[in-house]
Design a protein around this ligand. Structure first.
Ligand SMILES: [Zn+2]
Length: 71
């Protein structure tokens, strides 16, 4: 009876470890992607001359100072 109890306990611990490891793996896996998205959002294209935010513009010139930029 004692050995059976010990076996159940160890398997239970293994399950807990697996679940914890899984949660940790998911957290670690999701962290860099979220950081990357934030960094991409921060890195908005701005005019080299006047720092005007060049987003959603149809032309290829800064509307503030007229400096051409690559789309
Ligand atoms: Zn400009």
């Amino acid at each position: 009876m004692e050995s059976q109890f010990g076996r159940d306990l160890s398997s239970c611990c293994c399950l807990v470890c697996l679940v914890l490891f899984g949660i940790l793996a998911v957290l670690i896996y999701n962290m860099p992607s979220k950081e990357g998205k934030r960094r991409k959002k921060r890195r908005k294209k701005r005019c080299e001359n006047c720092n005007y935010l060049l987003r959603g513009l149809t032309g290829n010139r800064c509307p503030e100072c007229g400096t051409p930029f690559e789309r």
